[in-house]
Design a protein around this ligand. Sequence first.
Ligand SMILES: [Fe+2]
Ligand SMILES: [Fe+2]
Length: 283
Amino acid sequence: MLPIDKIIANVDKLPSLPTSVAKVMEVANNLKASPNDLSNVIKVDPVLTAKVLKLINSAYFSLPDQITNLNRAIILLGVNTIKNLAISTAVIGQFSKTKHKLFDMDKYWKHCMAVGVMCKKFSEKMGVDRRFREEYFIAGLLHDIGEIVIVEIFPDKLEQIAPRIQAGATLEEAERDILGATHAEIGAALGRHWKISDNLVAVIEEHHDPQIAGEHAQLVLSVYVSNIICNQNAYGMPGGSAAPAAPEIMAKLGIDEATITETLGHLEEELNKAMSFLKTAGG
Ligand SMILES: [Fe+2]
Ligand SMILES: [Fe+2]
């Protein structure tokens, strides 16, 4: 059995996503679904309903009025955003208790959120339709989910991975050496096990390999670039790739230096808002 097959077998032993979240994804992926259809599947799960409403009313969205009606929330934010809220709640909730002395959870989430916030900013600059911008935040937020999966299913291997990184290896090199697979591959295995949407799985799997970015290239490359910029600017992870992003990729996305400087200038402030997202989604 190849190491990755063995890992996938372990990932498949992790609990499935809550049925209600799986249903939300199913309905949201149906182009004919109405806000009412979505509301009906969320309503069945009171915990999910409460979380979605709490998220909508959190500082992250900074809406002028309190929203107490699920249907209204869906109409206001769109089916896609609500689907993303449900996915992130489930993913973050699943790992909210995961910890390890060699893994700095606060630093990890700060990195993921910074990538998400930056990526969403880039989506605005790139003129991505408003309905799909939240996808960019969630993609950034979840891109390194494989790292937590490693902490969860191979805690003892961290003892071997951490010293390699300290000695100068990149995270991917250390993971490949010790586990035979990277957090990108392992995270994608989780994404498939949970049947989360293809574009998010693509981001998780390809965010270090811009050359393989296919169908969802714009989203994948936005995360790729944001990840590198965050690693270069105090929002990084140990062993995170900090080699400059290829100029042709930046040009392809239409992200220039001025945009990066502007985004970095507001990042801390935006991160504080995004903190409320994480707190609410995981709590
Ligand atoms: Fe990564
Ligand atoms: Fe990352």
